[in-house]
Design a protein around this ligand. Structure first.
Ligand code: GDG
Length: 741
């Protein structure tokens, strides 16, 4: 614990932080004390664990509420993280937090399981508090900083931030579901909320279905174009801003849970828990915040009926329900608590015997170590949520079961069910189905339990919380570490893709199939990549296309493409759709402009040693790779100025160390659309490494797969490290396509 000072004046925050996280609650709790004696302690939630390493590495700041009303605290540092407290009045907590967040948005976003209340004064407080959070974040962020806003309480912050600080890179992650439009449209402020979110560069959701619901809301409310995971948001200047809206399933610190479970004292505690329950054969466990979305009543009803029907007895099976206190000032939650406690009382009265409780109900929060002991003690984990963004409890149970034992019964209405397919999946509304599933779980043979748990564990370990935050931040900033090989998520996407009746595999060449070399004429695809491309081109229902910025003639020379391959050169200006030649006819005016252009650029290039030009049918490219960064940039600037002066309105494009001018505008996106049409493809995979490949990623649809090779900001949903990894991906694709035939 560290002391901090109280402040009566405006907190003075320095705009020095390159990374700012904004969440309703801070990762610290106020313990007590005043002024220099103020005491804080860490509140070790999942989000803190996820973001702690990032915050430390970037010396970031965390903006949020300290958990006490009507108190202002000056910014301070706690355990190496800079904390920027945002004050809330008691009235604001009632209106913004308990009201709009927890009694309007929460029930609405969870498919109106409870009835949402709409009050205009709650909305006003939501706007005012969101503005305060946005102002605090804007005050803390350095020029060009990354700001990551968390969850449904702060949906207006991205837009407010962008208006105040257009220089910032803004991410948003929604921890709860995003509902279907039919439900969402009930919200009187539906336009303002979507507009608020669209202020972000990347909007993250738990499930693909949530991202899809959001995109539909954008189309219905604003008519903006959405393609796959990209939304085109029109800007005032007539241009568009690409916003990525896609799923990033959150996870847990799996290794930490396993470590806890492996501690001898935790294992001893697990045995003691079973003894205290009368040593039944089967311990069933539920762990939830006491919330109506969690399906606690449904599981109790099912368990009660199993006892009533004599399918289980209290000597054989018992249910432990941890229901940690939550939102106790909201009326719906008080009612829920009464109902659950009534049910527990009834069931225990009817079925418990001395030493054998039917249900052990615990309305407390417990330390994590005790949670791990409970997970180890449980033969069956019951997760029966009626709607849940992810459900971390399911993942914690799996991570704790290093003994490959235990059965997870999981509602298909949780985000976790998208990943944890080897659980027993249930519809909690179907009480008979739920009862059968509970019996099945209790009777599952040991070998089957172990088989399923091994697969579940692999999944949770692969996508842990560090992976989640890294993937999100990589998408947001384009910077991160890319491991060699083909990541699991991309393998899964490929497995889905090969189901398509007609598939188009569209590939950039330089940097994707071929390593980048100094002299473009020396570039060659790696042996593996070539072989995989040729295998794929043999499939009748798969078309391969090479999509390059090179002139077609140069592409053919270096790539030696299979005869059946479709080709696009000069960024889509040249297309070869069937074997044979292709010509492009420049109009009179274009030809004259091209000649002038060539003269200017060749002149400029001749002045710099190491620069060279590449002539294309409708343009010219100035390569500056060998000049070094600053000389290269200087030459590009001069060339651009000269060209702009003589030939205004020419299409220009900047690639990696290359500046291109064209007398006819086209891009790889247009090329890809024509190729798709020509191939009659139901699905497309596009792989590319250059900024010019972004135009192609931008036209991909929901079923398509975009893969960015290497670092850099990208609209693609997946990443590979380099051409070797692309070759591995293509081999996988060819294998899967062979199998699917
Ligand atoms: C929201 C979304 C999404 C619970 N009781 C105790 C305790 N817990 C811990 C659990 C788990 C966490 O609280 C609950 O996380 P869930 O994911 O299950 O649910 P929500 O609180 O509703 O969280 C949800 C999540 O955000 C993350 O994005 O998954 O869908 O609704 O970690 O272990 N922890 C301790 N004592 C308790 O008594 N120590």
């Amino acid at each position: 614990m560290k002391p901090a000072t109280d402040s009566e004046t405006e907190p003075d925050i320095e705009p020095i932080y390159d990374m700012v996280v904004v969440s309703n609650r801070l990762p610290v709790d106020y313990v007590g004390g005043e002024g220099a004696e103020t005491q804080w302690k860490s509140s070790p939630g999942g989000l803190v664990t996820a973001l702690e390493p990032v915050m430390r590495a970037t010396e970031g700041a965390w903006v949020g509420w300290a958990g006490v009303a009507d108190r202002e605290f000056a910014p301070f540092e706690h355990d190496g993280i800079s904390i920027v407290p945002v004050p809330l009045s008691a009235q604001e907590i009632e209106d913004y937090y308990e009201g709009f967040s927890n009694d309007t948005l929460w029930p609405l976003y969870h498919d109106v399981i409870a009835r949402p209340s709409f009050h205009r004064e709650w909305w006003d407080a939501y706007v005012a508090v969101n503005r305060r959070f946005a102002e605090a974040a804007a005050a803390a962020a350095s020029e060009g900083a990354v700001v990551w806003v968390q969850d449904y309480q702060l949906q207006l912050v991205p837009r407010m931030l962008r208006e105040a600080r257009p220089d910032l890179v803004i991410g948003f992650f929604n921890h709860i579901p995003f509902p279907a439009y039919g439900i969402y449209s009930q919200l009187p402020w539906r336009r303002q909320v979507v507009e608020g979110l669209l202020g972000a560069d990347v909007i993250g959701f738990q499930r693909a279905a949530d991202a899809g619901n959001f995109s539909r809301a954008v189309r219905r409310l604003f008519g903006y174009k959405t393609r796959g995971t990209v939304v085109d948001v029109p800007e005032g200047d007539g241009g568009v801003r690409h916003v990525v809206a896609r799923h990033f399933p959150i996870s847990i610190d799996a290794a930490a849970f396993e470590d806890l479970a492996r501690m001898p004292e935790v294992q001893e505690r697990a045995r003691a828990i079973r003894r205290s329950l009368g040593d039944p054969d089967i311990v069933m466990l539920g762990v939830d915040r006491l919330d109506y979305t969690k399906g606690i009543r449904h599981r109790m009803k099912a368990f009660g009926e199993l006892l009533r029907d004599g399918r289980v007895s209290v000597e054989h099976a018992t249910l432990v329900q941890v229901a940690s206190p939550s939102r106790e000032r909201v009326e719906t939650y008080r009612q829920l608590r009464d109902e659950i406690e009534l049910t527990v009382g009834r069931l225990n009265g009817d079925y418990s015997t001395l030493g054998h409780p039917a249900i052990t109900y615990l309305h407390h929060g417990y330390p994590r170590q005790e949670m791990a002991a409970l997970y180890l003690a449980a033969d069956v984990m019951l997760v029966t949520a009626l709607r849940d963004g992810m459900n971390l409890v399911a993942k914690e149970y799996v991570a704790s079961r290093y003994d490959d034992d235990g059965v997870l019964l999981l509602s298909e209405f949780t985000g976790a069910s998208d990943e944890l397919r080897q659980a027993i999946l249930v519809n909690p509304h179907d009480i008979d189905g739920l009862k059968d599933a509970m019996v099945e779980a209790a009777q599952m043979p040991k070998r089957e339990r172990a088989r399923r748990m091994r697969v579940l564990r692999k999944r949770v370990k692969e996508n842990d919380v560090a992976n989640w935050s890294a993937t999100f931040l990589e998408t947001l900033t384009g910077v991160g570490t890319i491991d060699p090989g083909v990541p699991e998520a991309l393998r899964t996407a490929v497995a889905r893709l090969v189901e398509a009746p007609r598939l188009l595999v569209a590939l950039d060449f330089d940097g994707t199939l071929a390593p980048i070399v100094d002299r473009p004429e020396d570039a060659r695809a790696t042996q593996r990549a070539r072989a995989a491309v040729e295998r794929m081109a043999e499939h009748e229902d798969t078309r391969v296309a090479l999509v390059s910025g090179r002139a077609l003639a140069s592409l053919k020379e270096v790539a030696e493409p299979p005869v059946a391959a479709l080709l696009s050169g000069s960024h889509g200006v040249e297309l070869q759709l069937d074997a044979g030649g292709v010509t492009i006819d420049l109009r009179e005016g274009e030809l004259t402009r091209l000649e002038q252009l060539i003269e200017i650029v060749e002149d400029a290039a001749s002045a710099a040693d190491g620069a060279w030009v590449e002539r294309k049918p409708a343009g010219i490219a100035l390569h500056t790779r060998k000049l070094g960064a600053s000389a290269g940039a200087a030459l590009q600037r001069t060339a651009r100025e000269q060209v702009e002066q003589a030939l205004p309105d020419l299409a220009t494009r900047t690639g990696k160390n290359v500046l291109e001018f064209a007398v006819r505008a086209s891009d790889k996106g247009e090329a890809l659309q024509r190729l798709r049409q020509h191939a009659g493809a139901d699905a497309v995979i596009y792989v590319g490494d250059d900024v010019t490949d972004e135009d192609a990623f931008a036209v991909l649809g929901g079923e398509d797969v975009g893969v960015k090779v290497g670092q850099g900001k990208s609209l693609a949903a997946y990443r590979l490290k380099g051409p070797d990894d692309v070759a591995e991906l293509l081999e996988l694709l060819a294998d899967a396509r062979d199998d699917a035939r």
